[in-house]
Design a protein around this ligand. Sequence first.
Ligand SMILES: Cc1cc2nc3c(=O)[nH]c(=O)nc-3n(C[C@H](O)[C@H](O)[C@H](O)COP(=O)(O)OP(=O)(O)OC[C@H]3O[C@@H](n4cnc5c(N)ncnc54)[C@H](O)[C@@H]3O)c2cc1C
Length: 432
Amino acid sequence: MAKKVVIVGGGWAGCAAALAVRKAGCEAELFERADMLLGTGLVGGIMRNNGRFAATEEAIAMGGGDLFQIADANARHKNIEFPGHKHASLYDVSTIEPAVRKALLAAGVTVHMQSRVRDIEVKDGAITKVFADVFHGEPVEASGDAFVDVAGTAGPQGNCMKYGNGCAMCIYRCPTFGPRFSIAAKAGVKEILGEKADGTFGAMSGSCKLHKDSLAKDIQDKLNATGVAIIPVPASLQKDLGSLAKKACQQYALKEFAENIILLDTGHAKLMTSYYPLEILRQVPGFENARFEDPYAGGIGNSMRYLGMLPRDNALKVEGLKNVFCGGEKAGLLVGHTEAIITGTLAGNNAARAACGLAPIEIPATLACGDAIAFVRQEMQTKAGLAKKYTFSGSVYFERMQKQELYTTDIAAIGARVEKAGMSGIFARPVC
Ligand SMILES: Cc1cc2nc3c(=O)[nH]c(=O)nc-3n(C[C@H](O)[C@H](O)[C@H](O)COP(=O)(O)OP(=O)(O)OC[C@H]3O[C@@H](n4cnc5c(N)ncnc54)[C@H](O)[C@@H]3O)c2cc1C
């Protein structure tokens, strides 16, 4: 009988893990508490900017490209530039979820929607079963040979007020679908808290969605035609640079993002600055009728995440548990859809290997994907490192990527280095 991997969480990392498990030849059963897959990926959209291009092409060359190809196929704009960022593409936040769901079902993944895992069974240091509550249905339980914890890092509803600057993690529809739950934490693994630069806990997202129709017609036209609109902000209304320092995504904390309103077209207008008070935003010409689309409370806060990461090794095995792997934000401070897809793919492949009694693999550090996974783990051992966020698209890790000569847009060169590392097609092959 085929071995089975159970995946808890249907964000980008969970979807990638499920596909990787199927390609590795095992059964995959995925639980998502909400009525849509993709978690925070439902409000994002930026792909392939800066070093993410090279990381994406590495993943494709390693045989883990399915979700990137879906994101490309659902791109509203390709190869665009905005301050500090080159060759970005923007997926359409309204078409991406059904496309990913269809791909999972076509690959034979058993998908349980509106099914919140709330408990586990543990035997001899291994998880053996999960128990889920199903909205409007009977509870479901699933046994597995290995498990992937990709439940994200946001907290329960009390976070709205707890962390000082407003958690609008209702992006997840938290009050409706109940809080996040980590199977590894339930099994006794101590979660790690990320920190902001001022030492307070969590990390706040750097962007919000505005309803495109609520903006002036000329701004809508510019967005639809080019994907980007840069609107100068009158000096008296400009945000101070200090407020940008609060963002998790420091690659967007450039002065251009304070002097201008930078919008990207992902179907909604993605405002590249967090918590712009609505009464100030509406004083900017063209924004008189603006309204936040996601999170609804975007004027006062934004998603508060990184409150529950797991200790793991470079194969993404959770320390202290025999058969549990983690990916996405759960696996540490590597921010982004691209990053979640890559770590989710590795976690899924290694969970399939564990289910089949095989040793896990690491991605070599000669590839940006492997280097980032190892570098972030090492950084998270220090207090200063825990206060930063890492991404292929900017800031600390993109700088490192360039120094290590891992950033290039030469697809043939990327294919060659993946080949040299012995990783070509590795995620596309059955493991047992
Ligand atoms: C506002 C905002 C904008 C962003 N914009 C971008 C962008 O443009 N580009 C980019 O690359 N990155 C962006 N990011 C970051 C990116 O979205 C995340 O880093 C990445 O998508 C995280 O994926 P994940 O799968 O690890 O976690 P999540 O997206 O947090 O997914 C976790 C999933 O697990 C589910 N879950 C939790 N508990 C349970 C349970 N008990 N049972 C079942 N399911 C459960 C949740 O419902 C959720 O669907 C943005 C983030 C935010 C908040």
